[in-house]
Design a protein around this ligand. Structure first.
Ligand code: PLP
Length: 390
């Protein structure tokens, strides 16, 4: 179906941060399939692990115990401080699980119409519950009726959540520690801490959507770890399997015990092949020091972009955390994606005017410098007409 405004290119192979089209032309991939290809393309260790597992066992129903899934759950719990994991295959599904946990948790506490606080500019997926939770009318328009049980407030505004606290139906807050689709908006540490406190005071669940920001992308295993808070529920997908679809909904304490046999499920969730892809992704991140590397390389890209674009009128802000980089311009700039593609560079534009970079975590310092070297002049050229008329 015609669900994507696709760019006119198709890739046939990749290696590290590089992709090649059928004509043998090479592209620098600064998007990683929208934060998916954590280890870059064709990582030898991941390729080998997937191949070995494929030769042994691809799939096994969750009617049985799956050793690789149990190993992955233990690893995820150890790096996150959570107690239990439900596995699925996408970010939307992971958030569906979180929403179901919040609702069931509310009912356990006698709340008839459990309500989840969600944020403006958020993105949580395209299923009916997750598009209702999403703070973008474009995602919702045409799919009404939306679901009941969501209350929306501005992002990075703890007082707005506090003001909603007299609504006795509230059971949880669902928030992205870094809004990806919303324009690479980083939550302030004080904000997440205030949300944690509100949840503790009111018996609500703090549910963090780390689908885009998780799995080392920001330089910590999970973006909220920059802020010293713990979640009750956390969702992952995208980069977890480095390209093999896998999603996860992690929970802690009472939230971890809400779902029972029969109350939720997913045929493909946590299959041996996807679990091995995720385990290998996490092992390579750890062994190759990619947490520190993501933090340092992200800082380097932002610093170099700021240097290269200094004084260019029309650049509103260069921001982000680790390898989530946003360059906000003062005008819509979707056409920059095509202009960059023509120069052999894959970037993205989100929230109409924010250029978004999400390169594989394996991007070298040299490749990061090449990225800035290619991108900064493109942006400057795009903004030039304003400079001339100003
Ligand atoms: N949550 C966040 C923060 C996302 O960025 C996305 C996708 O962009 C999703 C959820 C939905 O994930 P998926 O497309 O895997 O359903």
């Amino acid at each position: 179906m015609n669900t994507y405004a696709r760019l006119p290119v198709s890739f046939v192979r990749g290696e590290g941060v590089w992709l090649w089209d059928a004509n043998g032309r090479r592209y620098l991939d600064a998007l990683a399939g929208i934060a998916v290809s954590t280890l870059g393309h064709a990582h030898p260790r991941l390729t080998a692990a997937i191949g070995e597992q494929a030769a042994k066992l691809l799939h096994c129903s969750n009617l049985y115990r799956i050793r690789e899934q149990e190993e992955l759950a233990a690893k995820l719990c150890s790096i996150s401080g959570m107690d239990a994991v439900f596995f699925c295959t996408s970010g939307a599904e992971a958030n569906e699980a979180a929403i179901k946990i919040a609702r069931a948790y509310g009912h356990q506490h006698g709340i008839e119409l459990p309500t989840i606080v969600v944020m403006e500019k958020s993105f949580h997926g395209r299923t009916m519950a997750t598009l209702t939770a999403t703070g973008n009318r474009k995602v919702q328009a045409g799919f009404e009726p939306l679901l009941a049980g969501f209350a929306r407030v501005p992002y990075n505004d703890a007082q707005a959540v506090e003001a909603a606290a007299n609504n006795k139906s509230i059971v949880a807050i669902l928030v992205e520690p870094v809004q990806g689709e919303g324009g690479v908006n980083v939550a302030e540490a004080a904000y997440l801490k205030a949300l944690r406190e509100l949840c503790d005071r009111n018996g609500w669940l703090l549910m963090l959507d780390e689908v885009q920001s998780g799995v080392a992308r920001t330089g910590r295993w999970f973006a909220h770890q920059h802020c010293g808070v713990v979640a009750d529920v956390m969702t992952l997908a995208k980069g977890l399997g480095s390209g093999i679809p896998i999603g996860a909904c992690l929970a802690r304490g009472a939230a971890a015990a809400v779902l029972k046999p029969g109350s939720h499920g997913c045929t493909f969730g946590g299959s041996p092949i996807s679990s091995v892809a995720a385990l290998t992704t996490l092992a390579v991140i750890e062994e190759d020091g990619l947490l520190a590397h993501a933090a340092e390389t992200g800082d380097f890209i932002r610093a170099e972009l700021k240097r290269a674009l200094q004084g260019v009128a029309g650049v509103v802000e260069i921001r982000g955390l680790g390898l989530m980089v946003g360059i906000e311009l003062d005008r819509p700039c979707v056409e920059l994606m095509k202009a960059a593609l023509e120069q052999g560079l894959l970037i993205n534009v989100t929230a109409e005017r924010t250029i978004r970079l999400l390169p594989p975590l394996v991007i070298s310092r040299e490749e990061a410098a090449m990225l800035v070297h290619q991108l900064a002049p493109l942006i400057a050229k795009f903004l030039t007409p304003l400079k001339q008329t100003a």
